[in-house]
Design a binder for this molecule. Structure first.
Ligand code: URA
Length: 435
């Protein structure tokens, strides 16, 4: 079959057979099918969509385009969590050591931030010395010893996704549910998992702004994971305001350390415990959400989760002294408060605008090749529903460049709305998607 015949078939709305998809992705990965034909197929998929069987075949082909880790030597159930990304989302950093304390193996392969959403790897790299590029053997050794490790996608894991994502980024084909599903699931399932909990974010600071679209993506990923024999569940969670009180790499490491010592902000802990409970249930280690949450809380309280985090960072070459004394993490030269224009209650803390402000300050990147400034971002974020007095800081802005700070400040001001009447705190867990 010539590649153009498959492009035409999809363009005309027919379903591709699994072996056709496998052949196309194999050819693209090997360089035999050029980028322009892959881009044309991606655009045909964007307009015509894919059936669940096609999406599963695409995911499988992309997963098998590189190594699929053999985790059979790990006795513990291997369960991971994936978030579709948001602002201030440091859940993976808290969750991996916490869930590992309960006997789950968490071989977590994480990504970098792109655009306004932050990335777990960028946050980890704010810790001096932390290596996110462990070789497969070392990665699996750390998981075997400790129960968790967090690294980045290597060139050998789902290389078809790496190539295709770069093409989609410049051809207007990112927002397609089958392509997003295959992209996320191929990378995650290449880590040799038994199960996966999805945190599909929805709202102003999320990739999926509308709840219906977020639910559709969640259903698509759950369906594909199940078709590939994995235990799956998804939570739709709110991303209208940032999670926790910080956004920015080193600042989020500070908040992670606080959370793992039992001093995390309420919203961060609520979503972390909800996702962690699902991971324990998928692992078969708890038969109810309450039991699972009690197990997780006990490990936070005893200090076990904090010790596990320190040990994980140490085994990755990270300087744990910076975690025990977070003043030693990268710090911005300028820290400026954003005073509330009036007294009242916070009615809006727009995650998208706060994410854009962070991006302007240098906390994120607009191209995968950009460097990030680990020190900058925002902290002390006031949360929706909280009372503030006039002049009281709604946030602290951390900057290394006064000109960038001047650009970010109006966005931060526009992000907040303070009203006379108290608004209720937003719902955090919107829905569970099991099928
Ligand atoms: N994240 C991914 O890894 N892939 C997508 O397509 C979208 C978000």
């Amino acid at each position: 079959m010539l590649p153009q015949w498959l492009i035409e078939k999809k363009r005309d709305g027919a379903a591709l057979a699994p072996d056709e998809i496998r052949e196309f992705i194999g050819g693209f990965t090997a360089g035999a099918i050029p980028d322009y034909q892959m881009a044309a197929l991606a655009m045909a998929i964007f307009f015509r969509g894919m059936t669940p069987d096609e999406t599963a075949a695409l995911t499988d082909a992309m997963m098998r385009s590189g190594d699929v880790l053999d985790t059979s030597a790990l006795a513990a159930p291997k369960i991971d969590k994936h978030s579709t990304g948001g602002i201030g989302d440091k859940i993976s950093l808290v969750l991996a050591p916490l869930v590992a304390c309960c006997g789950v193996a968490v071989p977590m392969i994480s990504g970098r931030g792109l655009g306004i959403t932050g990335g777990t790897l960028d946050k980890l790299e704010a810790i001096p010395g932390y290596r996110t590029n462990l070789a497969t053997r070392e990665f699996l050794d750390v998981v075997a010893r400790l129960g968790c490790s967090i690294i980045g996608q290597t060139d050998r894991l789902a290389p078809a996704d790496k190539k295709l994502y770069a093409l989609r980024d410049v051809t207007g084909t990112v927002p397609s549910i089958p392509l997003i599903t295959a992209s996320i699931m191929s990378k995650k399932l290449a880590a040799g998992l038994d199960g996966l909990v999805l945190d599909v974010k929805c709202g102003r600071g999320a990739f999926m702004k509308e709840r219906a679209a977020a639910a559709e993506l969640a259903r698509s990923m759950v369906r594909v994971g199940r078709a590939m024999g994995k235990k799956m569940c998804a939570l739709l969670t709110a991303m209208d305001q940032p999670l926790g009180r910080t956004a920015g790499n080193a600042l989020e490491i500070v908040e992670t350390c606080e959370a793992l010592q039992g001093r995390g902000p309420g919203d961060l802990m609520a979503v972390t415990l909800a996702l962690g409970a699902k991971m324990l249930q998928l692992a078969g280690l708890a038969n109810s959400c309450d039991t699972a949450q009690a197990m997780l809380s006990a490990h936070l309280k005893s200090g076990a989760a904090w010790r596990k985090w320190l040990e994980m960072v140490r085994l990755h070459g990270g300087d744990t002294a910076t975690l025990e004394n977070t003043a030693r993490l990268p710090r911005a030269k300028i820290v400026e408060p954003l005073p509330a224009p009036q007294a009242g209650f916070v009615a809006q803390a727009d995650a998208e605008l706060i994410g854009k402000a962070g991006l302007l300050l240098g906390a994120g990147r607009t191209k995968t090749t950009d460097a990030v400034d680990h020190a900058v971002g925002v902290s002390g974020l006031a949360k929706i529903g909280e009372r503030v007095e006039q002049g009281q800081p709604l946030a602290l802005l951390h900057a290394n460049d006064a000109a960038l700070l001047a650009e970010a400040r109006p966005l931060m001001l526009a992000a907040f709305r303070v009203t006379e009447r108290a608004a209720p705190g937003p719902e955090l867990i919107l829905e569970e998607i099991t099928s």
